[in-house]
Design a protein around this ligand. Structure first.
Ligand SMILES: CC(C)(COP(=O)(O)OP(=O)(O)OC[C@H]1O[C@@H](n2cnc3c(N)ncnc32)[C@H](O)[C@@H]1OP(=O)(O)O)[C@@H](O)C(=O)NCCC(=O)NCCS
Length: 159
C-alpha cells in the first residue's frame, strides 16, 4: 500500500456492506447496518469518511459535532491495512473538516484494554482527561476519555 493509492471521501449507503466486514473483525460489539444508516441519516451533524486503497474500502471514521467538539465515535482499518498511513489520514481529514466547522476540541472514548488504539491516539496528540467506570455494557470495562485541542492554532501533536 503506497500513500498514492489512498483516497478519502464521504461515506455513502453503498459502502455499508464492505464496512460491515471490517467492523466485524475490528470490534467486540460491531456496529450493524442500522448504526451506519443512522450515522448517514444524521450526516448534517456528523462526519462520516471512508478511505480507499484503489477502489477497495479499507477503513472509516464516524464522528458527531456538538458544542464546538468533534466527538469521534468510531474509527477502524481493515486488519491487513493497519500499521500504515490510513488511520492517520482519516483522523487528520476528520479533524481538518471539523476545524473548518469551528470545532475547538476532538474527544473520544476508548476501552482501557485497547492498547493499540490508545497508542495511536497518543501518537496524534490526544491525552487522557478522564475515565468512565464500566462504560462498555458487554464486558463492564472502563473507558478512557481522551481529547485534543484542535482550534485556534493550538495543536498538541500532529494530526
Ligand atoms: C485503532 C486503529 C484505527 C489504528 O490504526 P493503525 O493502523 O493500527 O494505527 P498505527 O499503526 O498508526 O498506530 C498503532 C500504534 O500502536 C502500536 N501497537 C500495536 N499493537 C499494540 C498493543 N497491543 N499495545 C500498544 N501499542 C500497540 C503500534 O506499534 C503503533 O505505534 P507506533 O507507530 O509507535 O509503532 C486500528 O488499529 C483499528 O482499526 N483497530 C480496531 C478498531 C479500533 O480499536 N478502533 C478504535 C476504537 S476507539
Amino acid at each position: 500500500m503506497t500513500l498514492r493509492d489512498l483516497t478519502i471521501r464521504e461515506m455513502i449507503p453503498a459502502d455499508i456492506p464492505p464496512l460491515l466486514k471490517i467492523e466485524r473483525v475490528s470490534f467486540p460489539v460491531p456496529w450493524d447496518a442500522d448504526m451506519f444508516t443512522i450515522q448517514l441519516y444524521l450526516s448534517k451533524y456528523a462526519e462520516n469518511l471512508v478511505i480507499l486503497s484503489g477502489d477497495r474500502i479499507i477503513g472509516y471514521i464516524s464522528s458527531w459535532y456538538g458544542y464546538e467538539e468533534l466527538h469521534i465515535l468510531s474509527i477502524a482499518i481493515a486488519p491487513a491495512d493497519r500499521g500504515g498511513e490510513a488511520a492517520a489520514m482519516l483522523l487528520a481529514a476528520a479533524v481538518k473538516r471539523s476545524r473548518e466547522k469551528g470545532c475547538l476540541k476532538a474527544v473520544l472514548e476508548v476501552r482501557v484494554s485497547n492498547g493499540r488504539a490508545i497508542r495511536f491516539y497518543e501518537k496524534h496528540g490526544f491525552t487522557q482527561v478522564g475515565r468512565r467506570k464500566g462504560y462498555y455494557f458487554d464486558s463492564g470495562e472502563d473507558a478512557l476519555i481522551l481529547d485534543k485541542d484542535i482550534g485556534n492554532g493550538i495543536d498538541r501533536g500532529k494530526d
